[in-house]
Design a protein. Sequence first.
Lengths: 571, 77
Amino acid sequence: MKINKILLMGNPNVGKSAIFSRLTGVKVVISNYPGTTVEFAQGKTKIGKERPLVIDVPGTYTLEPTSKAEEVAVKMLKDGDLVINIVDATNLERNLYLTLQLLERNIPVIVALNMWDETKHHGIVIDVKKLEEKLKIPVVPTCALTGEGIKELINRLPKARALKMQFASDGERWKRIGEIVEETQKLTHHHHTLLQRLEELSIKPLTGLLIAMGVIYCAFLMIRFVGESLIGYIFGPLFERLWLPLMMRLSTFLGQGGFLHHILIGNLIEGKIDFGQSFGLLTTGLFVPIGMVLPYILSFYLMLGLLEDFGYLPRLAVMADNLMHNLGLHGYALIPMILGLGCNVPGALTTRLLKERREKFIAATLMAIAIPCMAQIAMIIGLVGQRGGKYLAIVFSTLFILLIVKGLILNKVLKGQSPEIFIEIPPYRMPQFMAVIKKLWMRLFHFLCEALPFVLLGILFVNILYALKIIGFLAHIFAPVLTNLWGLPKEAISALIIGFLRKDVAVGMLGPLNLTTKQLVIGSTILAVYFPCIATFAVLVRELGIIDMLKSAAIMITVALLIGAFLNLIL
Amino acid sequence: MTVDITRLQPGESGTVAEIQGGLGFTRKIQGMGIRPGKRITKVSSHFWRGPQTIAIGNLKVAIGFGMAKRILVKVER
């Protein structure tokens, strides 16, 4: 039989994605399952001369779906030719439940017994030969981390079989699993490894809190260090030494003025191009996304990828559960928030992990108001940071306090209860270098594809608006709010308008306005709070529905009005 | 003696006796491997009715306080 479509299926946290990245090359496509926001990855592998498609199906515990992601997994099963069932060797019993359910379907199955190397540390001995006999399908021990067993897995794919087993009830299934485990697995005494000790310490109340604070602190230091180094040694010199002379020549060529010069190069500041303030497509338009934002995006996603693959995030979710509970969410809602720090779009997409409408609404509103994306953070650091670290602290602590206060209020006001956490805490694992790099590359690629056009569009748009004097007109209309309430110059309206398109450009637009430090702090805070960027808005409309999104937007605008006025009064 | 998970001491073990709740709830809990007859060990419990973490074999699970109250465990004391 010809195999066209291979499905990788298994429980969450069994190293499915690591096996996927071993099987496929660099060309991996992430798509949404039609009609849902459930993402899955697909790529091609090589078996002899064939190049079948491999699909990384969302993790599932059973084929009786209990969530959107599991529903998708079950639907995908219908048009696959073969299932590679990834089984966590250190959790044989629970994993076999899905295996048996798969064997009841009419599709060939082969088992990859992953995490094989870890069984040693856990004192688990599994008789693979016997397990094969019992299951009547091929079982291949693998270790995705080192690539061990992957070749054999591919070689034995043609031996996969469909059994069409039948069980009368759930109890029957568990009974059969019990028998299989009894005969194939032996547990011996083992000593805890250092990582296992660390695992326990990081979910105990006191040590866990200390570790969480330490991890967050170190992560931010690393992000700043890597980001600043990239700017200082690579991106900065690249723009100053290579790109600037080129642009100066172009500027002279264009006669240092005129319409085209204005669009491409922008305004000359004291006869020179200033990448931060000129606002031309080829100057600020390229410098903001690549020279200022990309380095921080890179360092943030590198750090996030390492923490994700190490298995720390679920622990952080447990530690944060108490706090989040008071905000009307459970600890796991921390994950969309953390992702939102990178870019609000994936953060908004991840709110689908939350089941109830109430939690989705709270999480989305909180994120849109109080979680600035890394692009915006990088610009705020670049701009406000020049005036002193104290002012950075004011902006970010204002946002954090807003997050807490808004959450407390929404949790009180909205009907319903905070949901409860129920998650598996995977063991710590050393991240696989290639998998981390691959994920980093996909995220950076995604950022460049999304951000670059929007930034350029935003700058083009603002230049046209200026040329048509529309900004002057709007500035006049909104002057009362801007000047009286917030204490900003009325020209700041241009930043607010562009903020709908891109937040990083919007913060950048505050630069040429010659603001006082106080105005800069107020402007940056309002830009973070008042509305999500258009890309996030579109996702949120889809996730929440238009009515909830409008309610959420009303809250955002109200908060922006209030916080701006408040800061204007006290600073 | 039978107690719910929140009453276990950290480090204490017991055998799952009963999961109180509807079909959806029990299925969710059982899918994670927590079934009557399974031996579980409490790992930690967080302040102010915070999440409870337990170990079943090599698996660790965090369960909200209210859910943990509905999982009864037989212990020797």
